[in-house]
Design a protein around this ligand. Structure first.
Ligand code: PA5
Length: 463
C-alpha cells in the first residue's frame, strides 16, 4: 500500500556531514525489529490482553483505533461512535454560534492542528456561510492566563449568539482545564435563558471515571464521550478528543480516519527504503547518532501547518525526552521564519536536521503578482509569477543553500492539505515516534516528568 505522502531524504546524503544510503540499508534490520514490536504492542491492545510489567505503561491503543472506528461505523451505522460524534457536533452547530474547546496538551493540540490545516484561514472572522454555517471555535483551559480567559468572556458576552463548551480531559483532573471548566460553567449558566438546560450546551470527552466524569454525570450531560483506555493524551487526536471538535467545525472525520488507516497498512507492509514511517525514523536516528543532529526542525512551508508542528513538538518531546535522551523538536513556518531563525539554520551549530513539510497544491487558484503602472517595486518582470511559484522558488533556493554548506534536509511531500492527508500525517508521526522509542530503548508512553510541576503547584496552592 502506497501513501499519498512521500518522504525524500536525498538532502541528507551530503558530501560531508551527512549519512549515506548504505547507512540506511544497514539500519533496516533494526527498523524492522522495532516495527515488529510496535505491531505486537498494537495487537496486545486489540486483543485486550493484560499488559506485561516490562511494557508498562503501554498506550498503544492509538494504532488500530482508526481501523476500529471505521469498522464500527460500517457495522453499527447510526449507533457507532463516529455517527454519534457527528450527530452531537451537528446538534451543537445547530444551537451554538461559538464553541469553546477546553483542554491542554494532547487534549487540544490535535484539534487546533486540524482547524488550522483544514478550515478557512480566517475561520472565526468570515461570515458564517463561508465556514459552512458552523460555529466559531475558541480554545481555553490550555493555560492559566487571567487576561486571556477574561478576554474570551468579553468576546462570548458581546456576541449575540449562544455558545457552548466541549471539555476534553482524559484524567479529568488537570488543573488548568478544570479551573477553566468551572469558570465556563458559571458563565454558561448565566448566559442561558430560563428553559434552556446547561447539559445541552456542555459536552465532555474524558476517561471512564474521574472528576470530570462525575461532574458531567451530575450536570446531566446527554453524552459523555470516552478517551479509550490505552490511548494516551498526545496519541488521542483520532479519538473523540480530536474528532468531536473537528466534526463541530464541519470537517470530514471519516476521511481523517481513512488517511490514518491507510497509513497503518503502509507502515505494516512496506519495507524499509519504501516505508515513509521507517525511512523518516531511520534518517532522524542516524543523523542524531552519527552527526550529533539532536535538534529536529519541522520546517513547514505556508501558514497552515504551524499547529500540526506544535502538536508534533509535544508528541516527540513528551514521548522520547526521557532518561537524558530524546532530540529537541522545533517547528518553524517558512518563509516567515527565514527572516528570524534562517541565519542560525544556515550558519549556526551543525546540530540540526531540517525536515521540510511541503504541500504541492494550494486549495485556491494561484494568485498572480500582476502588472502595475507603478513599477517602482520592479515586480513587473515577475508579473506572471504566482504566490505558489514564489513559495516553490523559496523552498528550492533554501534547500540548495543548505546543501551548498553540507547541512542536512529531508522533504515530506503532501499532494494537498485535507482531512485525508492530515490523517496520514498524524498517524505517520505517532508511529514514527513509537518506533524510534522502541529502537532506542525509551518507552514512548507516559510522561512521568510532567508530574513534578503538578505536585509542587498543588502543594503550593493547598498549603
Ligand atoms: O500526552 C499527554 O498525556 C498529556 O499531554 C495530556 O494530554 C495533558 O497533560 C492533558 O491531560 P488530560 O487530558 O488528562 O487533562
Amino acid at each position: 500500500m502506497s501513501t499519498s505522502i512521500r518522504y525524500n531524504p536525498a538532502g541528507t546524503f551530503l558530501k560531508s556531514g551527512g549519512i549515506s544510503a548504505a547507512d540506511l540499508e544497514a539500519l533496516a534490520p533494526k527498523l524492522h525489529d522495532a516495527r515488529e514490536e510496535v505491531l505486537a504492542d498494537a495487537q496486545l491492545w486489540a486483543d485486550g490482553v493484560d499488559v506485561p510489567d516490562a511494557k508498562q505503561p503501554l498506550d498503544a491503543g492509538f494504532h488500530l483505533l482508526p481501523d476500529r472506528l471505521l469498522q464500527e461505523l460500517k457495522d453499527r451505522g447510526a449507533d457507532s461512535e463516529v455517527a454519534r460524534l457527528k450527530a452531537t457536533a451537528d446538534r451543537l452547530a445547530g444551537s451554538c454560534a461559538s464553541v469553546v474547546v477546553l483542554g491542554i496538551g494532547g487534549s487540544y493540540m490535535g484539534a487546533r492542528a486540524l482547524a488550522e490545516a483544514c478550515c478557512h484561514p480566517y475561520y472565526n472572522e468570515v461570515p458564517p456561510a463561508m465556514r459552512g454555517g458552523r460555529p466559531k471555535i475558541f480554545y481555553e483551559g490550555n493555560n492559566v492566563d487571567n487576561d486571556a480567559a477574561q478576554g474570551l468572556l468579553d468576546v462570548l458576552g458581546s456576541d449575540t449568539g449562544q455558545w457552548g463548551v466541549v471539555v476534553i480531559s482524559k484524567s479529568g483532573g488537570t488543573l488548568e482545564t478544570a479551573a477553566a471548566t468551572r469558570i465556563m460553567i458559571r458563565e454558561l449558566k448565566d448566559s442561558l435563558s430560563g428553559d434552556e438546560k446547561l447539559a445541552d450546551y456542555f459536552v465532555p470527552v474524558t476517561g471512564t471515571s474521574g472528576k470530570l466524569f462525575d461532574l458531567s454525570k451530575a450536570l446531566g450531560c446527554q453524552e459523555i464521550y470516552e478517551v479509550p483506555d490505552g490511548v494516551g493524551g498526545r496519541f488521542s487526536v483520532l479519538s473523540a478528543v480530536g474528532l468531536l471538535p473537528a466534526a463541530v467545525m464541519g470537517l470530514d472525520i471519516e476521511k481523517l480516519l481513512q488517511g490514518a488507516a491507510d497509513m497503518n497498512e503502509h507502515f505494516a507492509s512496506a519495507k524499509p527504503g519504501e516505508n515513509v514511517v521507517l525511512d523518516y525514523v531511520g534518517v532522524c536516528h542516524l543523523l542524531e547518532e552519527k552527526q550529533g543532529c539532536d535538534i529536529r526542525i519541522l520546517s513547514t512551508w505556508g501558514k497552515k501547518l504551524e499547529a500540526l508542528g506544535l502538536w508534533y513538538d509535544q508528541l516527540l518531546a513528551e514521548s522520547l525526552g526521557k532518561h537524558e535522551k530524546g532530540a529537541l523538536p522545533l517547528t518553524i513556518v517558512n518563509t516567515r521564519d527565514l527572516h528570524s531563525r534562517g541565519q542560525q539554520h544556515q550558519e549556526g551549530k551543525r546540530d540540526k536536521l531540517i525536515t521540510n513539510v511541503i504541500i504541492e497544491s494550494a486549495d485556491r487558484d494561484p494568485l498572480a503578482i500582476g502588472e502595475s503602472d507603478n513599477n517602482q517595486d520592479q515586480l513587473n518582470e515577475l508579473a506572471d509569477k504566482t504566490l505558489p511559484n514564489i513559495l516553490s522558488a523559496a523552498i528550492a533556493g533554501t534547500n540548495q543553500a543548505y546543501l551548498d554548506d553540507n547541512r542536512p534536509t529531508a522533504d515530506l511531500v503532501c499532494p494537498q492539505l485535507d482531512e485525508y492527508v492530515m490523517g496520514q500525517l498524524f498517524q505517520m508521526f505517532m508511529l514514527a515516534t513509537v518506533v524510534e522509542g522502541r529502537m532506542i530503548g525509551v518507552n514512548p508512553y507516559g510522561q512521568p516528568g510532567v508530574e513534578a510541576y503538578k505536585r509542587n503547584m498543588n502543594a503550593i496552592l493547598r498549603s
